[in-house]
Write a protein that binds this ligand. Structure first.
Ligand SMILES: C[S@@+](CC[C@H](N)C(=O)[O-])C[C@H]1O[C@@H](n2cnc3c(N)ncnc32)[C@H](O)[C@@H]1O
Length: 221
């Protein structure tokens, strides 16, 4: 295992396993690190709204659901209906959802691009989003040609900042460089965090040029 680089603050000592580097596989140690940092920053039950911009198998959405205050709202987006269905199913099995309006939280998942998510989130929720997850690339075990693209990702990141407003919010973006186009997307995300976020952490395995990269920021804290 190589050196974990954390730009900005302290070194990351908590990642336990070497990273999986192939885009499309869930790099679970990066996901775990994203969740760990988010939980540490937000605690449980302190946020009203959560947003998963890339639902996939629903694991980030499930984690986000567990952070919400009772009666909170979870928003999720994916361009594949299969991802929406799988995510809803996961939440249902975990006891969160009886459907799009069930359970003790409000669940709103859309088969739509995250680039358009502003059209789906009511004005009353703007400025109340306490966590935003992006896990880029394609859905594990699915069609690898359906994947996030740099321009759409950039637009969605910009929209996220509008939705967050002045809310205390964790913004987590997991980017994969080990596939065609992955480096371009990484560059776009890196530029966005540098220009628009400013203070953030970048966690990756320096010994592996194809290492996933986790961009994480605690905003308005
Ligand atoms: C790596 S997976 C996400 C993993 C997921 N967060 C989880 O916990 O299982 C990436 C997902 O992004 C979706 N995706 C690709 N382009 C998208 C877009 N423009 N808007 C929203 N989702 C998109 C893919 O369909 C895929 O399901």
């Amino acid at each position: 295992m190589g050196v974990w680089q954390v730009a900005g603050f302290t070194a990351c000592k908590t990642a336990r396993k070497p990273p999986l580097s192939v885009c499309g596989e869930i790099a679970m140690n990066f996901v775990e690190e994203s969740h760990r940092k988010t939980l540490e920053f937000l605690g449980v039950g302190n946020i009203e709204c959560a947003l998963d911009a890339t639902l996939g198998l629903g694991r980030d959405a499930l984690f986000a659901a567990g952070l919400l205050a009772p009666g909170g709202a979870l928003y999720g987006f994916d361009v594949q209906q299969e991802a929406v269905n799988k995510s809803l199913d996961l939440l249902r099995k975990a006891g969160f959802a009886g459907g799009n309006a069930g359970g003790h939280i409000e669940i709103n998942f859309f088969n739509a691009s995250h680039a358009d998510m502003k059209d789906f989130i009511p004005q009353s929720r703007v400025g109340k989003i306490g966590v935003v997850f992006f896990n880029l690339g394609w859905m594990p075990g699915s069609d690898k040609s359906v994947k996030t693209l740099p321009l759409g990702t950039l637009k969605a990141l910009e929209v996220s900042l509008d939705l967050i407003g002045c809310c205390r919010c964790a913004l987590s973006v997991l980017s994969y460089t080990g596939h065609p186009g992955g480096n371009d997307e990484f560059a776009v995300v890196s530029d966005f965090f540098t220009r628009r976020v400013g203070k953030f952490e970048l966690i990756r395995d320096n010994s592996n040029p194809k290492s996933p990269a986790l961009f994480w920021a605690g905003l308005n804290g």
